[in-house]
Every structure is written in structure tokens, then in C-alpha cells.
Design a protein around this ligand. Sequence first.
Ligand code: GRF
Length: 200
Amino acid sequence: MPRIAVLASGSGSILNAILQEALPVSLVLTDRPCTAAEIAINAGVPTDIIKRTAFGYRKDSGDNWNRRAFTEAVHESLVNNRINIVAMAGFFTILHPMIFEDFGGKILNIHPSLLPAFKGASAVRDALAAGVQVTGTTIHLATETLDDHRYIIAQVKVAVHSTDTVESLWERIKVHERLLYPALLRQILEGTIRLEDFRD
Ligand code: GRF
């Protein structure tokens, strides 16, 4: 059975849903101390906190920090933990492309929009500002291109309500994400979904 790592940075509610489904998670890796790391530690899952601030990251540092060295540390942790599949669930750091040398086609990401619509960090805010009536969530294979839509594995539509705020809409999207991601990971673990089938 493939060994899965979950990468997270924030509140970790999707990670929590994955763990609640009793899926075998072999590693949780975060880029900062955060609730997601606490959830993993409390659940007894091997947890690695690799602080990006230790590699020069600051809020306003742009590309002026050592993203490559950070990514190499992430890569080393994945290899040391014999990880085969990486599931990003609210991981807020863009990894250096070197990660795809070993893990190309093996890194999943969940993004709170119907890709290719609304790429980037403010997807929910942007959907609301655009006035769309339907948005949603996408699980896709990550590549060197941010929020790449070429390898979409699953999407769920979510209606936008006229009374929605960013918070209410995002939470409604997350309700679906907490069902979708564990279900998909289970299918991958059981072999009913093969990631190879989604690549060229
Ligand atoms: C999710 O909406 C996911 O689509 C996005 O980050 C959010 C993570 O939520 N990439 P949480 O930290 O698991 O609550």
C-alpha cells in the first residue's frame, strides 16, 4: 500500500477529516507551527515541522528566500519517511520545481475553486468578487505551474448564495472538501484510482 504524506499550513480541518476517516497517514509535514501540526501530533501521526522562516522566508520576502533549500528539506523528509504519495491540504508554500524530479505525478493538491477558474491564493474572494453563481473545489495533480488545471482528478460544484461572505462561502466549500479528499485518498490507497491514469 502506498505511504501517504499530508502537507498543511493552517487550521488543518481537511487533514482532520482525513484522519477521522482512519486513513493511514504516514507523515504530516507543515511549514510552520500551526493547528494542523497539533492535530497530527494529538492523533499520534509522525509530524515534521520544517519552518520556512528558517530558510529566510518573511511576509514581504517575495522570491528573496531559499525556496530550493526549504524544498530539499521537505524532499528529504518525504524520502526518509518512505512516502509515495503527497496530499497537499492547505499547504501555503509553493515548492521549488526540484520536488517534481522524484515526486512528479505523485503530488495532489486541493484548491477551493473550479479550476481553471480562480487560480491563486484568494480563489474564494475572487469568485465572490466576480459574481459567479457556482464555484467549488478541485483536486488535481500539482506540477511546476501553480494551480495547474491539466490533471484534474475530481471536482465538486458549490452554489454561491447572495448573502455569502468569503468566510461563509469558503466554509461551505470546505464541507465538500472534507468529504471529497478522504474519499479520493481511500480510492487511491485501495487502487481503484491510479494517479498514472491522469498524466499524459
Ligand atoms: C482548503 O479550502 C483548500 O482547498 C485550500 O486550503 C484550505 C485548507 O483548509 N487549499 P484547512 O486548513 O484544512 O481548514
